[in-house]
Design a protein around this ligand. Structure first.
Ligand SMILES: [Mn+2]
Length: 325
């Protein structure tokens, strides 16, 4: 697969680009956007970043110049019909959130840069490298191909994306290439400890209280191998913490000896019921996610459920039981 040739073709065909990422943006999506915008400007292109959801406050350091535009139904973009879109860190244009319906009506062409599994029909024409640790890592590779040295701002944003998506260089897709790229980013003067503190030691009391509620919802299944937690609209209302801050707690149960699967059934206030799955070893939850219309990787995947909260819980436990026979 010549990802780079696909990208070159798209870049030659267009000049005005909107960059976007998935709803509830995380440091990988945000960092990749900041880094990729720098590439497009360097190539003499016109580029703006539009996200459906605001950047979580604690990740504002990734966008110090406030260049990310938050989608608004009434927004006016001059010559919008000239634009095509780059979708980053999700392989489904539909996942960009509220802006999707608006942009889908206007935008002629879409190009995906991503590292999630589950889009085999899009591999031929996009830049989807599932072995990459993060979309930020892919953006660094593209920068290298164009001989672009990232600014301090872009280096910090991309480093944050890699740190976040690799869980501080420990998840399975962390490779020697990931470390090489990280070393290059650090050589532009960024401080790894600062980035670590901003991402991981920057919790509010509200977020800590939400974590407590989620941990107390814990159910142990299949002889201690699977843990299921809930993140409910009631918990969000009770703590006033952002939904996205609760979502990351899915990783906590995997730190328990013997636990190989962590399931989070979650729902934001007024939002759909969703299921997130994290596993260790050969438990391939991408299969379950794809069968339910979602996506992800072997050990990290998710989907939106058409059912209510309780039914969703029962159904996912039943589907997971196949791994514990
Ligand atoms: Mn990512």
């Amino acid at each position: 697969m010549d990802y780079f040739a696909n990208l070159e073709k798209y870049l030659h065909a267009h000049d005005h680009f909107i960059i976007s990422t998935h709803e509830s943006p995380d440091p990988d999506g945000l960092g990749a956007e900041i880094g990729f915008k720098e590439i497009l400007l360097h190539l003499g292109k016109h580029a703006i970043i539009i996200n459906s959801d605001p950047t979580p406050t604690k990740f504002n350091f990734i966008d110090p110049d406030n260049e990310i535009i938050i989608f608004d139904e009434k927004m006016i973009i001059d010559n919008i019909s000239n634009y095509t879109i780059f979708v980053l860190d999700t392989n489904d244009f539909n996942n960009i959130g509220k802006a999707y319906h608006y942009l889908n009506n206007i935008i002629k062409d879409v190009f995906i840069i991503d590292h999630h599994e589950g889009a085999n029909n899009k591999l031929e024409t996009n830049y989807i490298k599932v072995e990459a640790s993060s979309t930020s890592e892919i953006i660094c590779t593209i920068m290298e191909r164009y001989n672009i040295k990232p600014s301090f701002k872009a280096a910090q944003a991309l480093y944050a994306g890699i740190v976040f998506d690799t869980g501080c260089f420990k998840y399975p897709k962390t490779s020697s290439h990931t470390f090489t790229i990280a070393a290059q980013l650090i050589s532009s003067g960024i401080k790894p400890y600062e980035v670590y503190q901003w991402i991981y030691e920057n919790n509010t009391l509200e977020v800590f209280r939400l974590r407590a509620l989620m941990l107390s919802s814990m159910e142990v299944h299949f002889g201690g191998k699977l843990i299921l937690m809930e993140l409910t609209p009631e918990m969000i209302k009770a703590t006033n913490a952002p939904f996205s801050e609760g979502e990351v707690n899915i990783n906590l149960p995997l730190s328990i000896n013997g636990v190989v699967a962590s399931i989070l059934v979650k729902q934001d206030v007024g939002g759909p019921v969703k299921v997130s799955m994290r596993t260790k070893g050969d438990i391939d939850v991408a299969v379950i996610a794809i069968a339910n219309g979602g996506g992800g990787h072997k050990n990290a995947a998710g989907f939106k459920s058409p059912h209510n909260f309780e039914t969703t819980k029962q159904k996912i436990l039943q589907e997971m039981s196949a791994f514990f026979k």
